[in-house]
Ligand binder design. Structure first.
Ligand SMILES: Nc1nc2c(c(=O)[nH]1)N[C@H]1C(S)=C(S)[C@@H](COP(=O)(O)OP(=O)(O)OC[C@H]3O[C@@H](n4cnc5c(=O)[nH]c(N)nc54)[C@H](O)[C@@H]3O)O[C@H]1N2
Ligand SMILES: Nc1nc2c(c(=O)[nH]1)N[C@H]1C(S)=C(S)[C@@H](COP(=O)(O)OP(=O)(O)OC[C@H]3O[C@@H](n4cnc5c(=O)[nH]c(N)nc54)[C@H](O)[C@@H]3O)O[C@H]1N2
Ligand code: SF4
Ligand SMILES: [Mo]
Length: 783
């Protein structure tokens, strides 16, 4: 193979999570010793030869460009045998002249394409049994059922879930055309709602707390995010490491000694859900030392007085008591960050985005960006520009697309209506209740498994009781694997995998910090078995439903060319350019021209003119005064409280081998996971409960024991991984969501959302709370 295979071989340097954690004393951990990030790569050859094709990986929807090696098999069919990254690719490289890589999930796309566990035919339910049928029959069957459903229950009784892939087109079919107002998009309320809604309301933008201008930064707070695990192989992980090499200080704030913590200058093993206290203390030092950007605060912010009041007295000593961190370390970090700003950034995502108590924690954290004025400035929070693809329905169709769902907007598009439980708009956790009270009677889903995401017990039911999935009149899914959800559906459309279909996407964040880009590719191999690309499925169903005027394309490639038309590009052009094209430059301080998020002319420390009703309601519910400004809200005020019966705080996280549950059926990632936790010799191939040595010893639990995790709502069983690399009192399920309700319902591992109850959501954003009070007991002998 070509030049850079050495990195592939050196992926883990012979070090597993366990050896790293075992060999590190707590002091050395906190000081941040080096470690080896789990970064895997294949390397692209410079020239595309006759037996190669291009692809774009969508396994975690980041679109890393792929070069696919093709070989003829004994039957004369071209099969994909290997995939590699593409040099200079906006996602899978660190910019021009740098190597393109793929993470283990990307590398397992060849296994996915040929996996026998995939759904191979369309299925419809006949006499109670899922039965394989032709595509035409499946489309007709689904269209008939949807028509009858509308007559009986109305389109507003359907709920539509979507994830990756051609998701926008799916929403257009069910929203604009069929008239279903209940679109539950993938991103916000399941992903990082507490942070996204707060960030949007404050003016930073929902996502901009995630992206640092790494190329120019001097100081980075990695705060409740594990960049080197969840963005391994991508530009961001590479830029973070480069920034450190350049001399920037990296501080990771996480209860777990993560891959990123291992590569940081400092690890702050914070007590979960106390981040709001740390953020206020950092502000306290910065204000006290006059390190803030007075000019920005004066001219571009609103509510600074309320912020100053909230920060008053919140010294590092005060925060040390709440967070379990050292006051001197807090002071040092505050001074380091404050002095480096605006050349300093924060990257935060799900650690503070997935809990109800963090709603205020997120506000305190986002407030720091307004304080130091690092928003869209070199070295600070980056606002990326996007290429701006055209709407294919506007380009391709003569008929104007109606909006038959109008009048019933999804709550997240209307922040004033943000109080999810008041508006009765569906979020993951309240769909089962809406099914019970008759508001929702059917569901369609695409590249998504709402059942693993939260309130899993209510979705699935028990041996004795039916769950929401059983009670609905109609369930239609487009999926690749036989998840428990798919098995209960009435219609199952099998989607072709990444290598079998044309793809297009655009940045967004990427290796080109000041240039927008698009990336796309044709299908590298034919659809396997009797599957179809998502676009063909949606268009086929749309036509069967009578929407021929809107589904007018001869192929997905033609549809993509319509998307590219405003940029004067075609899919052929992208293939000629190794899948990607840079489309235009953008600069810094874009808020000076376009305003802050939602067009506001200032950044908001205090949300006193927004969502006031929702905060009043929230105070009532929490039994505590929760205002509109930054504030310290202790854990347990809105979310779970630890108790004698449930004394441990359960968190969960991702690992580099899996994209949520979407590739759990593949052998290679399962093997890699077991190896990485040093349990490859056990039969077990599930996820792990990471627990501290002291917490394990107190329960007579040893590394490799099977343990039962229980909350007052449910229980599950998985293998313990005992380590010093987590804060005592916290336990983390890594990665989340195996077993019941997943795509491998009968295999090893725990779906920790069986322990989550429907009311465990952030009432402002509807985000599912993933900080759950639990007990852990040993359930079996050594495995
Ligand atoms: N406990 C817990 N739950 C979480 C999270 C957490 O941290 N903890 N994180 C949340 C976050 S941040 C997110 S973004 C959501 C994501 O949640 P989802 O959007 O549901 O993500 P996936 O599990 O990747 O995808 C779901 C389904 O996609 C199917 N699939 C796989 N490949 C294909 C394909 O090629 N085509 C089609 N059509 N389907 C395919 C799989 O069968 C799988 O069931 O999960 C959330 N759920
Ligand atoms: N390999 C892989 N990569 C992915 C995905 C995937 O499924 N697999 N999914 C993609 C998606 S959709 C998303 S949203 C991103 C998410 O990307 P990340 O946010 O990086 O996801 P996690 O690895 O869950 O990291 C969250 C971190 O927060 C920590 N944490 C938990 N509770 C607290 C707390 O109270 N305080 C603090 N300070 N930290 C806390 C956890 O220990 C964990 O290390 O990843 C993306 N990338
Ligand atoms: S799964 Fe890996 S290779 Fe695929 S898009 Fe995501 S980061 Fe890129
Ligand atoms: Mo997410």
């Amino acid at each position: 193979m070509s030049k850079s295979t050495s990195e592939t071989e050196n992926t883990q340097g012979g070090l597993t999570r366990r050896t790293l954690l075992k060999t590190s004393a707590a002091g050395a951990l906190a000081a941040g010793i080096g470690g080896t990030a789990v970064q895997t790569s294949g390397a692209a050859t410079d020239e595309q030869s006759e037996n190669t094709a291009y692809g774009n990986c969508w396994q975690c929807h980041k679109l890393c460009g792929m070069e696919v090696t093709l070989e003829e098999n004994s039957e004369g069919t071209e099969v994909a045998t290997e995939v590699h990254g593409i040099d200079g690719h906006p996602r899978g490289s660190a910019g021009e002249g740098t190597k393109g890589t793929l993470c283990p999930k990307g590398l397992s796309q060849v296994e996915k394409a040929y996996s026998p566990k995939r759904i191979k035919e369309p299925y419809v339910r006949k006499d109670g049994e899922l039965t394989a049928v032709s595509w035409d029959e499946a489309f007709e069957y689904a269209a008939d059922k949807l028509e009858t459903f509308k007559e009986e229950h109305g389109a507003e009784s359907l709920v539509e879930f979507h994830g990756w892939g051609t998701a926008g087109t799916f929403s257009t079919l069910f929203g604009n055309l069929y008239g279903c107002p209940n679109s539950v998009p993938h991103p916000t309320p399941t992903c990082f709602g507490s942070m996204a809604v707060t960030g949007t309301l404050m003016g930073l933008g929902g996502g901009n707390i995630r992206w640092v201008d790494y190329e120019n930064t001097e100081y980075v707070l990695v705060w409740g995010r594990d960049v080197l695990e969840t963005f391994a192989g991508q530009w961001e992980a590479k830029q973070l490491l480069k920034a450190r090499e350049r001399g920037a200080t990296i501080v990771t704030i996480d209860p777990v000694y993560t891959e990123t913590a291992k590569k940081s200058d400092k690890w702050l093993p914070i007590k979960p859900r106390t981040d709001g206290a740390l953020a206020l203390a950092i502000a306290n030092v910065i204000i006290e030392e006059e390190l803030y950007d007075a000019e920005f605060v004066e001219n571009y912010t609103h509510g600074f007085d309320a912020y100053k009041e909230a920060v008053e007295g919140k010294t590092p000593e005060w925060a040390a008591e709440k967070t379990g961190l050292d006051a001197e370390v807090i002071r040092e970090v505050a001074l380091g960050f404050g002095r480096a700003a605006p050349n300093a950034g924060i990257t935060s995502w799900t650690g503070l985005g997935q809990s109800a108590d963090h709603q205020k924690g997120a506000q305190n954290l986002v407030a720091l960006t307004g304080l130091v004025g690092n928003i869209d400035r070199p070295g600070g929070q980056r606002w990326f520009g996007s290429a701006g693809l055209s709407n294919p329905f506007e380009v391709g169709c003569e008929a104007e697309l109606p909006n038959n769902a109008e009048g019933n907007q999804c709550y997240l598009t209307d922040p004033e209506a943000g109080y999810a439980s008041l508006t009765k708009k569906p979020v993951q956790n309240n769909v089962p209740e809406m099914v019970d009270n008759g508001d929702v009677n059917g569901m369609v889903y695409y590249y998504r498994n709402p059942v693993t995401d939260g309130a899993t017990q209510e979705w699935l039911g028990t041996d004795e009781t039916d769950g929401a999935l059983d009670k609905m009149d109609l369930v239609i899914g487009i999926d690749a694997f036989w998840s428990e959800t798919t098995k209960k559906a009435d219609v199952v459309f099998p989607e072709s995998s990444q290598l079998e279909k044309p793809m297009l996407g655009s940045g967004g964040y990427g290796a080109y910090n000041t240039e927008a880009w698009v990336t796309g590719s044709k299908a590298a191999i034919d659809p396997q078995w009797n599957t179809k690309p998502g676009f063909d499925i949606i268009q086929g169903l749309g036509r069967a439903m009578g929407y021929d005027d809107y589904f007018v394309w001869d192929s997905k490639e033609e549809y993509i060319n319509d998307q590219l038309s405003g940029l004067d590009l075609t899919l052929d052009d992208l293939e000629d350019e190794d899948t990607y094209v840079l489309t235009g430059e953008y600069g810094y301080e874009k808020w000076k021209k376009g305003g802050f998020a939602q067009g506001a002319d200032t950044f908001w420390f205090d949300l006193d003119k927004k969502l006031t009703g929702a905060y009043e309601k929230l105070s009532e519910q929490a039994g505590a005064e929760i205002g509109t400004g930054p504030q310290w809200v202790p854990p347990g005020t809105i979310g779970d409280e630890l108790s004698e019966e449930y004394p441990l705080e359960m968190l969960d996280a991702r690992t580099v081998e899996f994209s949520h549950g979407g590739d759990q059926a593949l052998t290679k990632p399962l093997e890699q996971l077991a190896e990485s936790y040093d349990h490859e010799h056990a039969d077990y191939r599930g996820n792990y409960l990471v627990m501290h040595t002291e917490d394990a010893a107190a329960r007579d639990i040893e590394d490799g024991d099977m343990v039962t995790i229980s909350s007052d709502h449910g229980e599950a069983e998985l293998m313990a991984f005992v380590t010093e690399g987590i804060r005592p009192g916290a336990v983390s399920v890594e990665p989340y969501g195996f077993g019941r309700g997943s795509i491998q319902p009968d295999e090893d591992g725990a779906n920790n959302m069986l322990l989550n109850s429907p009311d465990q959501i952030d009432p402002i954003s509807g985000e599912i709370d993933r900080h759950i009070a639990i007990s852990v007991t040993k359930s079996g002998g050594e495995n």
